[in-house]
Design a protein around this ligand. Structure first.
Ligand SMILES: Cc1cc2nc3c(=O)[nH]c(=O)nc-3n(C[C@H](O)[C@H](O)[C@H](O)COP(=O)(O)OP(=O)(O)OC[C@H]3O[C@@H](n4cnc5c(N)ncnc54)[C@H](O)[C@@H]3O)c2cc1C
Length: 277
């Protein structure tokens, strides 16, 4: 983290937005990612952790979590267990280690679409919404799908909070595959489905790390309207192979990654059958 000329602690959102409208500023929250980045030109750090954006608030059918809420605070909140039958809590428990979880924030985890992070796939399968603000503009409510399809969150924009729907009827699963718990993920994936009288009414399946952060719509489309006990898992695996462009890296081959993904999908489908029929 080089060439920092100033470290500023705004205490209100308005103050932060004014600072962020200048070209040479950058947001810092938990600091666990930005500390690893090199800046080419001098930069002023706008530390947002003193703005009151650290909260977890329950509304009628949703939970609003402020962007500087840490991963540990999410894990420790009983309210967060109500989101997608505990999928948010589970995903947070699998992030890094305790000292890091005490620093990493919700906003910092999703802002830069870092491929190994855990929460984007969770936001995608829960249909969460992200509130983004910038100087002189109205607050924007962006669906997780649109947010993660966007190229980049532009400079000057601040994630204020994430709105998670509370839907206790969902079947949900989350997995992070890695060598040790504190290792960067080799694969993260999340699944949610809504089943009525044994028929899948809605389903979302999202994957990251081995691809861009994305929903796998070919698999979702093949599942919607199906009776749970008649799902052909091999057909889903064929669809995965045909429609997903998986990248290899020094850690593992494309074939290895594809196989892990297939194993998890099979497991999710089998568990869904067991739980819902
Ligand atoms: C060794 C190690 C292992 C890790 N393992 C995992 C893991 O298994 N799973 C996982 O999910 N994560 C993991 N992480 C964390 C992850 O890589 C990022 O470091 C973390 O999510 C960043 O969060 P932060 O709050 O520290 O953000 P910062 O480092 O403070 O910021 C990250 C970026 O987001 C921007 N930003 C931050 N907050 C906002 C906001 N509110 N609005 C707009 N932009 C914002 C910043 O400008 C910066 O560009 C690991 C990190 C380390 C160091």
């Amino acid at each position: 983290m080089s060439k920092i000329t100033k470290w500023i602690y705004p205490t209100t959102i308005d103050e932060a937005l004014i600072l962020l409208s200048e070209n040479d500023t950058e947001i810092i929250a938990g600091g666990t990612h930005i500390a690893t980045q090199k800046h080419k030109s001098p930069i002023k750090m706008v530390d947002i952790t003193r703005i009151p954006l650290n909260y977890i608030k329950k509304e009628k059918n949703s939970l609003r979590i402020g962007s500087t809420t840490t991963i540990t605070e999410i894990i420790e909140s009983p309210l967060c267990l109500e989101v997608g039958k505990g999928i948010l809590t589970k995903a947070c428990q699998l992030i890094a280690d305790t000292p890091l979880r005490n620093k990493i924030t919700l906003g910092g985890n999703i802002a830069r679409k870092i491929p190994w992070v855990g929460l984007p796939v969770v936001l995608l399968v829960l249909d969460a919404e992200i509130m983004v603000i910038e100087k002189g503009k109205e607050e924007k409510r962006i669906s997780a799908r649109n947010f993660f399809e966007m190229k980049k969150l532009q400079r000057g924009k601040l994630i204020k909070e994430v709105i998670f729907p509370i839907n206790s009827a969902l079947f949900t699963r989350y997995e992070k595959f890695c060598l040790t718990k504190a290792d960067y993920a080799w694969l993260t994936l999340a699944f949610s489905s809504n089943i009525e009288l044994g028929i899948i009414k809605d389903v979302k399946f999202a994957v990251s790390r081995i691809t861009n952060i994305q929903r796998i719509t070919s698999v979702e489309e093949a599942l919607i309207g199906k009776k749970v006990n008649t799902i052909d898992t091999q057909q889903l695996i064929n669809l995965l192979r045909a429609n997903l462009s998986i990248v290899a890296d020094f850690r593992s081959s494309k074939e290895y990654r594809t196989t892990i993904l297939e194993v998890f999908l099979k497991r999710f489908i089998n568990e869904m059958k067991e739980e819902t029929t």
